[in-house]
Ligand binder design. Structure first.
Ligand SMILES: [Fe+2]
Ligand SMILES: [Fe+2]
Length: 336
């Protein structure tokens, strides 16, 4: 046992603990705590791997979904689970629903749609699809090119709490489209049906073309946060709060030559570079990033961001488990 060499007089007692599946606090192995370091997945390395996966991993023979999870030692207990997913023309991913809530950020390709709770949502680069806990979703690609996206789920938290459940649509089918375009956006708009209970946790489709217009209209008058630049949240349409009860998605705008101050906070943050080039310094080490790169920041690490361009704005898409931490009274932040 890991630390028994420190306590030779307790060896016989520890054997009894083992038989009863017990463990003394003093038996913890504190010599090799997992080292929490940031990790970046560069698009220049990811794209060929994802393209090979599209060619080699067959649907449905090998798997029902080409999901490739980011697997980081020391980060696996964070709430946030990130994976890449791709679909070839002519393929479908059968509808299913699960207790992990999910967001889907489209990286590349057009022509595929995800049917979310009966509404077909066509996925274009930059779009964000939000599928709350227990939302039916299946994907179809009737187009003529592959579509790549990143799935972000609160799956690790759900598993940790013993709350995982999954349901499959009958016969491996994609559920039929029973609602018109923008159905859920309409029933969660300013005029709502009084009887509509389903509007409480609707699926949401943030179109990039609308998001970029909002940024243009709002960013001039928005003050810059000293640690994050100008921040915009993908708000929950029913209550204006975080994107999901557990996860929050934001856009972070860094002005030309911007250099933020250092801060650190609890929880895990994922960044996807949408536009520009720059670097994020984590505990004194700079991580250079450019478009489509994805990186993960472990909890409680000092970090600051820099836009390398003197002329162009940089835009980062970020997801964190801050709403879950805040709900539990576990969000802590400090600057310097
Ligand atoms: Fe799913
Ligand atoms: Fe931060």
């Amino acid at each position: 046992m890991a630390n028994d060499d420190k306590h030779p007089h307790l060896a016989a007692l520890h054997e009894k603990y083992d038989r009863l599946n017990l463990r003394g606090l003093w038996q913890r192995d504190v010599r090799n705590p997992p080292e929490l370091r940031p990790r970046i997945w560069r698009w220049s390395e990811m794209q060929p791997i994802l393209e090979q996966t599209l060619r080699d991993v067959r649907l449905p023979e090998d798997t029902d979904q080409r999901v490739i999870g980011l697997d980081v030692p020391g980060l696996s207990t964070g709430a946030v689970f990130i994976s890449y997913q791709m679909i070839n023309p002519g393929e479908k991913i059968p509808s299913h629903r699960h207790t992990p809530a999910q967001m889907r950020f489209i990286v590349k390709g057009t022509g595929a749609y995800t049917t979310s709770q009966g509404e077909a949502m066509f996925m274009e680069p930059g779009d964000l699809l939000v599928q709350p806990n227990w939302t039916w979703h299946g994907t179809t690609n009737p187009g003529n090119e592959p579509v790549f996206w990143i799935d972000i789920q609160d799956r690790n938290l759900v598993n940790y709490l013993g709350a995982f459940r999954r349901d499959l649509w009958p016969n491996d089918e994609v559920e039929p489209t029973v609602h018109g375009e923008n159905h859920y956006a309409t029933i969660t708009g300013p005029l709502r049906p009084v009887s509509s209970a389903e509007a409480l946790l609707p699926p949401v489709h943030f179109k990039w073309r609308d998001v970029i217009k909002s940024i243009a209209a709002l960013s001039t008058n928005e003050a810059s946060d000293p640690y994050d630049g100008k921040l915009f949240q993908y708000s929950h349409p029913a209550n204006g709060g975080p994107t999901l009860p557990t996860l929050s998605a934001k856009l972070q705008l860094l002005a030309p030559s911007a250099q933020t101050q250092e801060h650190r906070h609890t929880g895990v943050t994922m960044y996807l570079v949408l536009q520009g080039e720059g670097s994020t310094t984590v505990n004194g080490t700079a991580i250079e990033w450019r478009k489509h790169d994805c990186f993960m920041l472990p909890p409680w690490q000092w970090h600051a961001h820099r836009n390398a361009s003197k002329t162009d704005q940089a835009i980062l898409f970020t997801v964190s488990d801050r709403p879950a931490l805040e709900a539990l009274g576990l969000y802590h932040e400090e600057g310097r």
